[in-house]
Design a protein around this ligand. Structure first.
Ligand code: N0T
Length: 548
């Protein structure tokens, strides 16, 4: 079984900093990103169905699997909890030396409420919907949030009993892709009453105190009305669908925050939340034990989060359509401040990638001190290079293609190749300056590190080999010394300005120890002109340069 030992002990004694912000710093231990995949929605309801899936996860070098916990199966009758499934998943993960991230499919799953238990679904009076003929629980009803709170708290209490020591469970996703579909907000009586009322004080205070650091989308929206400091939603933000979305976002976030808070309270105790957007939080790190103190831990590079981080995920709004045509009010880029203001119990806002705008959305999600965790991305070969870029460029703390069990040849998936590289690089990650490599087929990428300026191109752009289609190209570069670098990835060619290659070797890291293979020179470096990792190879090179 994975055990946590030293890392765990350090974690639990994280120091308390000013302003109630906790920081956990474990500088000497190696860290690993969450190298994961998410199972298809229904897979984790059957243990026998899962058995082949663990094998695939191992074959692809995962250290973690994301699995749903279904409210309808957890609480089939009100107050009667059945933990058999959750327990078995935890035991099976341990037996496979894997961690878990649990996805709480509670009140909302992709906007809908299909995972609510029958006793909730059938009692529309007690658990009101967001509108007539909508299988969506209203965010404005106390009975709804209370029922979710009781179930989620029971889950977290149980996970604590079973797993607080082992830490098989690394993170918790609260609900799934929250957002209103079909309209920018709810129009129930309770929702209309809230909409006609004042903008809540807590939001007003947050906006005023963060005025200069709000995301531009929100700043412009608020500023459009002259930064009014109080009033109804339409007084403060103007009458528009965007204002209705903002309103719905606030109440979704308040709801998710209450659910998360109840779980946090039973698992971590009160006062364990980490403030968003404060300066101090940028320095620290959180590490999670993986296989004992000597090997990898999972860490967060950009912001310390609570010992068991909670996150929400967003279905992205990349088409230019109105709120409601995409899930309105979810944890979207333009609503980050609203979510952070309303939901201090949520550590991370996460994007789900089913669109081609990988860089653009990662740029957006790394604003506001938000660590990057990618709980879903369409499972396709390019994930293998995207994860290297995400870790290298954004210090992403984890990556998880969706429905990975759809592969019939797990051992040959490129994702496994890049996870293998990251596994080896673990001890260096987040510690040294690093940068991601993801060149376009035609446009090389410029990277500045220390005194060196690199140009990285797609290997196929050399035109040396005839490829039927463009192979994968990407990786990362880590600066371990003034002139020393580690380059890892596939299909890349790196040249350096006004400098030469002093030496280059390929090799592997074995428990943090560099074991060199071939010394690379001659044709392998184009007679000293470039560093090259051929297409279809996944490898690590240790390189040093000198200036001339
Ligand atoms: C995701 C997944 C699962 C052409 C879809 C994506 C998962 C949920 N939703 O398979 O349902 O539970 O979080 C919604 C985004 C679709 C965009 C389609 C673009």
């Amino acid at each position: 079984l994975p055990c946590i030992g030293k890392a765990q002990a350090l974690l639990m004694h994280g120091e308390k900093e000013g302003g109630g912000v906790k920081s956990y710093s474990i500088p000497d231990l190696p860290v690993l990103p969450v190298l994961a995949g998410e199972v298809g929605n229904s897979s984790a309801s059957s243990l026998s169905y899962m058995s082949a899936i663990w094998t695939k996860a191992k074959a692809m070098h995962f250290n973690t699997v994301l699995v749903p916990v279904y409210w309808e199966l957890l609480e089939p009758a009100e107050g009667n909890f059945d933990f058999m499934l959750v327990d078995s998943l935890i035991y099976q993960a341990r037996a496979n030396d894997l961690h878990l991230v649990l996805l709480w499919f509670g009140s909302w799953k992709n906007s809908m409420s299909c995972y609510a238990p029958a006793w909730v679904k059938k009692d529309i009076k007690r658990f009101p919907r967001a509108g007539a003929e909508l299988e969506i629980l209203s965010a404005f009803e106390e009975n709804n949030v209370q029922a979710d709170i009781r179930a989620f708290a029971a889950l977290m209490r149980h996970v604590k009993q079973l797993d607080a020591k082992e830490r098989t469970v690394l993170m918790i996703q609260v609900e799934n892709e929250i957002g209103m579909l079909g309209a920018p907000r709810e129009y129930t009586a309770a929702a209309n009453e809230a909409y006609a009322g004042q903008v809540p004080d807590a939001l007003m205070r947050y906006l005023i105190s963060h005025k200069d650091s709000l995301v531009p989308e929100l700043r412009l929206h608020w500023g459009g009305q002259g930064y009014k400091m109080a009033g109804s939603w339409e007084t403060v933000f103007g009458k528009s669908m965007a204002t209705e979305e903002l309103f719905q976002a606030w109440y979704y976030a308040v709801y998710a925050n209450r659910v998360a808070g109840a779980g946090r309270e039973v698992y971590m105790g009160s006062g364990s939340q980490v403030a968003f957007g404060s300066k101090e939080v940028d320095s620290g790190q959180v590490a999670f034990g993986k296989k004992g103190a000597d090997s990898g831990q999972v860490a967060f590079g950009s912001k310390p989060v609570s010992p068991l981080p909670f996150f929400v995920n967003a279905a992205l709004n990349y088409r230019h359509v109105q709120p409601g045509a995409y899930p309105s009010g979810g944890p979207l880029p333009h609503l980050m401040d609203i979510w952070q203001a309303a939901a201090p119990n949520i550590d991370i806002l996460s994007p789900d990638f089913y669109n081609p705008f990988f860089r653009e959305y990662n740029d957006l999600y790394t604003r506001q001190h938000n660590p990057l965790f990618i709980p879903e991305i369409r499972f396709e070969p390019s994930d293998a290079v995207k994860v290297l870029y995400a870790v290298g460029h954004y210090k992403a703390i984890g990556f998880s293609p969706f429905s990975f069990e759809s592969t019939d040849h797990a051992a040959e998936e490129p994702l496994g190749e890049s996870y293998k590289l990251l596994e080896q690089l673990g001890p260096l990650l987040y510690k040294y300056p690093m940068e991601g490599i993801l060149p376009d087929s035609s446009i090389p990428q410029e990277i500045q590190m220390g005194k060196y300026t690199f140009t990285v191109s797609h290997e196929a752009s050399l035109g040396w080999t005839a490829f039927k289609e463009w192979p994968l190209s990407g990786g990362m570069i880590i600066q371990t010394g003034e002139d020393d670098f580690i380059v890892a990835g596939t299909g890349i060619v790196l040249t350096v300005k006004n400098a030469g290659i002093l030496q280059a070797e390929e090799g592997v890291f074995d428990n943090g120890q560099w074991r060199p293979g071939r010394r690379l020179n001659g044709d392998q470096t184009h007679q000293g002109r470039h560093i090259r990792i051929p297409s279809h190879n996944w490898e690590i090179q240790k390189v040093s340069f000198y200036r001339y």
